[in-house]
Ligand binder design. Structure first.
Ligand code: FO1
Length: 327
């Protein structure tokens, strides 16, 4: 019996669930619809951070301390650029560069991003389908008092500092979901809204034509995983950086960075919400929004925790009603 799950998400948070979920499913049963609004051109190379983070994580090569790039990578090319007086603020690892060189050359040969991505997936040997949310070029822009900044310039160069006035999704008005995305949502046994930044990673996907309608139409089998655990302080610089970014972007919407606020954003699209045990006090408020709440350990601090969360999702996908509460 196949159990197909489609997860919508961004980079680090999504990949932390995708890795154990891919382990819990058969090859080909997991599809990721990945945000591309963080993508950028740099040195003539098209860089897709969220696609690469999932590609590297699913092939066991992602640097866990940074959360992005390849483990053990070196940055000699960047050091050489600095030696030449260039401000290399976006750090591209020497091994990571190979991905950007190959992706860019395939794109320049006329292949759409979705085809290039499946080529990279094939060559990396992972069994999860990675679908960029769209083949069109899109890019979030962060509006601040001193001007508008491309997403990575804000996130990396400015350290995701606030206050942010608003987020613009450049190019989204003429973008459509890439081939297979709408089917992957319609035909999955379960759709998961992954634990990614709601404003910069999930919203761009939802902004594409047909996505919200598809999710709302099958809301009963759409589940969201909280991207925030308020009661447990983050313990790595990378997670602190990502939390700062999420807080600033939620604040630009007049929202606190809490599980309840995120649940409010997804209430019309998902019928259930996985809340972290540490934030269990928020369960009643989320239920009042009309969502079923499942309390679980959502911080995947070790593989067994990831497996338990993945098993809860697979049980839900295979219609095993009953207690999804992973211990
Ligand atoms: N994040 C940083 O904080 N500093 C960097 O220099 C940096 C470089 C980088 C290069 C390739 C890549 O795939 C990701 C990279 N990231 C870096 C992370 C990236 O900014 C984020 O993963 C997302 O775009 C935000 O979710």
């Amino acid at each position: 019996m196949t159990t197909k799950i489609t997860m919508l998400g961004g980079g680090v948070g999504c990949s932390r669930v995708a890795v154990p979920l891919a382990r819990a499913l058969q090859p080909g049963e997991l599809t990721l619809v990945v945000n591309t609004a963080d993508d950028l051109w740099r040195y003539g190379l098209r860089i897709c951070p969220d696609l690469d983070t999932n590609l590297y994580a699913l092939s066991g090569r992602r640097d866990e301390e940074r959360g992005w790039g390849l483990t053990g990578d070196t940055f000699v090319a960047m050091e050489q650029l600095r030696a030449l007086g260039h401000d290399a603020w976006f750090n591209l690892g020497d091994h990571d560069l190979a991905t950007h060189l190959l992706r860019t050359s395939l794109l320049r040969s006329g292949l759409p991003l979705s085809t290039v991505t499946s080529e990279l997936v094939e060559r990396t040997g992972i069994q999860t389908r990675l679908l960029p949310m769209t083949d069109s070029e899109v890019g979030s822009r962060i509006v601040m008092a001193d001007g508008t900044h491309e997403f990575q310039e804000w996130f990396v160069r400015r350290g995701a500092a606030g206050p942010v006035t608003e987020v613009e999704y450049g190019g989204i008005e003429s973008a459509v979901p890439s081939p297979g995305v709408l089917d992957a949502i319609a035909n999955a046994d379960l759709v998961v809204i992954g634990p990614s930044n709601p404003v910069s990673s999930i919203e761009p996907i939802l902004a594409l034509p047909g996505i919200r309608e598809q999710l709302a139409a099958r809301r009963a089998s759409v589940m969201a995983v909280t991207p925030v655990v308020t009661a447990i302080p983050v313990d790595t610089a990378g997670d602190d950086h990502r939390t700062r970014a999420a807080r600033a972007l939620m604040d630009s919407r007049g929202l606190p960075h809490t599980a309840t606020a995120v649940a409010g954003l997804y209430r019309d699209l998902a019928s259930s919400f996985i809340l972290d045990s540490a934030d269990a006090a928020e369960a009643a408020a989320i239920e009042d929004l009309g969502l079923e709440v499942i309390v679980a350990n959502t911080l995947i601090t070790d593989p067994p925790r990831g497996d338990r969360l993945a098993e809860a999702l697979v049980r839900r996908a295979s219609g095993q009603i009953g207690d999804e509460r992973p211990e």
